[in-house]
Ligand binder design. Sequence first.
Ligand code: GLC
Length: 484
Amino acid sequence: MKRSKLAVLMSLLLMAMMILAACGGGDDTPTDGDASTGDDAAMTEDDGAMTEDDGAATEDDGAATEDDGAMSGDKQVITVASGAVGAELELAQNAAAMFEEMHPDVEIRLLDSPDLADDRLGLYLQYFETQSSEVDVYQIDTIWPGDLAEHLIDLGPALEEYGETYNISRDDFFPAMVENNTVDGALVALPWFTDAGLLYYRTDLMEKYGYDAPPATWDELTEMAQTIQDGEREEGNQDFSGYVWQGNAYEGLTCDALEWIASFGGGTIVSPEGVITINNDNAVAALETAAGWVGTISPDGVVGMAEEDARSIWQAGNAAFMRNWPYAYSLGNADDSAVAGLFDVSPLPAGPGGSPAAALGGWQLAVSKYSQNPDLASEVAVFLAGPEVQKMRAIDGSLNPTIEALYEDADVLEANPFFGSLFDVFANAVARPSTATAPNYAETSRIFFTNVHEVLTGDTDAQTAVENIELDLEDLTGFEVGQP
Ligand code: GLC
């Protein structure tokens, strides 16, 4: 096939994917009644932002042609592939408007991307593999720098050049994040916001059922969730669940399961030194514990749930506990939330003899090697990663800054007291083994979550699962096997 025809076909495919993503069709939906009802609630809430933004992202962005990506009338156009989980797209839109106000000759177009990290990576890879100039700036997951580095430019020089204008320098970011985003000496992405898994709990229900503190261990959580669930159902709310979390077979499950395993003292799948440690008794015990929640304190459909599914059940007032990222804090306290003012967050519980573990997540801004305007794209990335935008997103969206000083900013702390009280959770979050396994992290994670998912659905037992993961990882990476 001729290259031009191929390019047109690819563009059509990408447009179809974008439309699907905007309609929510790109996401896996949960499998039980509770969850799908909840999912609808989240969609409706977000629809306002989506519809508004669609015009910018899909209709007039020239996605079908290759060359007009850089100019529209007299304006230079920079396209940013942005996350759309919760209020992210709206927050990105606000930040883009700030830049456009300073630079009337620039138009920033936002391309909303699928909620599930795996789907988003699939979409990005299609752009990268065709060396498409359609997208200039990509919002990339904290686990992707190693896998995607070959398609990204070094932002070190741009940070030097534009840092003064936008009040940001390399040293302002948490050093570990800069290190995470540095591949072969190149800073391939600027840290934009960071994430750590948190336990959301209902303060009103804690009081109602006579508990004076959130659960410190998974056993306590199981007991409390069961008691509250039984009580609420007896009072007539059959949709009520004790605990909701991310059990779908995708990257989110890798995060949740890493937390269970690490909190049981079972290690991090592959150690930072590149040893495969997953096959151990604590990891098995952790997976057995989590499998025991499915259909008891968690709905059967939890094995189809992602972040937004859990959040919508939680926000409708139908769960006692939820595992989620910080973004759910500000949305949970919004006017349309049934739990506004009725919840707080704490560290996730610990396993027997272990200590709490929060998975380290977060998103970065990277500039594509295939951008037609890498200089302006880099300037946009530096601005977006700067303190003005990070502060706005922290206050309006409870997205954790990657700039250390913002954790001492009074306005940020007033909007999110837990940024201060749980600072250690963020500082000590447990990284997924993306650096040790790069460029094979995505496959490492897929092997892990697929097997864990089978344990949750009862298709396999935990011991067999960790043995399978170990074998597949040996094949994939050639690493040694050992204990955590
Ligand atoms: C959040 C995290 C990201 C993680 C994803 C999994 O978006 O920030 O790092 O991969 O959740 O669902």
